[in-house]
Design a protein around this ligand. Structure first.
Ligand code: CDV
Length: 329
């Protein structure tokens, strides 16, 4: 266990990039998507980045927007049963050549013969890859949004609950280069619990890829409001947990369905230090001072000194709302 007081060594820095991916059409091959990621990796490295954050499900289109009953076809078109795979190997090779680490999201298929319970399993997954090209960490998305049933009346589907299982790895934090890094995926960013569990393990940087539709599937909502909420969450979670937040979008029109960009790097102070301006492939870079959160962690958000878990029981005991007014004894 690391003593938080021992990490206040001066001038720990990491130059980090968020590499936003523009749309990946249904017809686009994995090979083509990987070529685009490799190009951005090179751009980021040329601008000094040591660590690059790519989006959720980065190798294909955002396929949960389509109902498909042919699971074999879904598996073959969108899932990876090994990582790296022949198609994704160039990304790993380039990272190793450049000496750059990365986070990337993909649809993970665990074949039945490799699964402890003999069942084929499917997860929405992100990995942390070291500058030598080795996978050093894995996270499987826990807060799966959307639905499992077909909604033919809807303009589009959000079938993450159909295509994926809830992640089974918890919220691990990894020692990565000079920092303590946690991973989340898209909808996880809306849940303070996820960030706090990372914060309690000393995370200094939280990395996250996302695919967020510009339109709300459930009710009309102005797109600008959705972007405002996205930025609000990133800034609040960064400040409340004294962490750097690096969030990378897949954006733009995929087969007519739009997703917003606004990839951001946010400082532990809650300030946005870099943000994309397009819905295309775009790289933003920031030189992060890893000690910037130390003052907050020592004072306002000294978790050891100020948290009151004896009063937080409901957070883990109860999932949904049950109205329990204090005056009804
Ligand atoms: N891929 C996602 O998790 N998208 C959700 C949408 C459905 C709201 C998100 O939180 O952005």
């Amino acid at each position: 266990m690391t003593d938080p007081s021992t990490r206040q060594s001066a001038d720990r820095r990491m130059v980090v990039a968020a590499a936003q991916l523009g749309p990946v059409q249904l017809e686009e091959s994995r090979e083509s998507a990987v070529t685009r990621l490799v190009t951005m990796l090179r751009t980021a490295a040329a601008r000094g980045a040591e660590f690059v954050v790519f989006p959720e499900l980065a190798f294909t289109t955002f396929f949960p927007r389509w109902w498909n009953e042919d699971q074999d076809e879904v598996d073959a078109r969108f899932f990876e049963s090994s990582m790296p795979s022949p198609d994704t190997q160039p990304l790993f090779d380039t990272a190793r050549d450049l000496g750059v680490g990365f986070y990337v999201g993909y649809a993970e298929l665990v074949p039945a013969d490799q699964s402890p319970d003999g069942r084929t399993r499917r997860f929405n997954t992100a990995i942390l890859v070291a500058p030598n090209g080795e996978i050093i960490g894995k996270y499987r998305k826990i807060h799966l949004p959307g639905h499992a049933d077909h909604k033919p009346e809807a303009a589009f589907q959000h079938l993450e609950k159909r295509y994926f299982e809830v992640g089974d790895l918890g919220f691990p934090v990894y020692r990565f280069m000079d920092a303590l890094v946690g991973m989340l995926i898209c909808n996880d960013r809306r849940w303070p619990e996820a960030y706090r569990v990372l914060g309690l393990q000393g995370a200094e940087m939280v990395t996250l890829g996302y695919n967020t539709p510009t339109e709300n599937l459930h009710y009309p909502e102005p797109p600008a409001q959705r972007v405002a909420q996205h930025l609000l969450m990133a800034q609040a979670m960064a400040y409340q947990n004294a962490v750097w937040v690096v969030q990378s979008a897949k954006a733009g029109f995929e087969n007519g369905f739009r997703m917003f960009g606004n990839s951001v790097i946010v400082a532990p102070t809650g300030e946005v230090v870099a943000k994309t301006t397009s819905e295309d492939d775009e790289v933003i870079v920031h030189d992060c001072d890893l000690s910037l959160g130390d003052d907050l962690r020592r004072t306002m958000f000294n978790l050891e000194a100020h948290r009151r878990p004896e009063h937080y029981g409901l957070i883990v005991e109860r999932t949904g709302v049950r109205i329990t007014p204090a005056n009804e004894i």
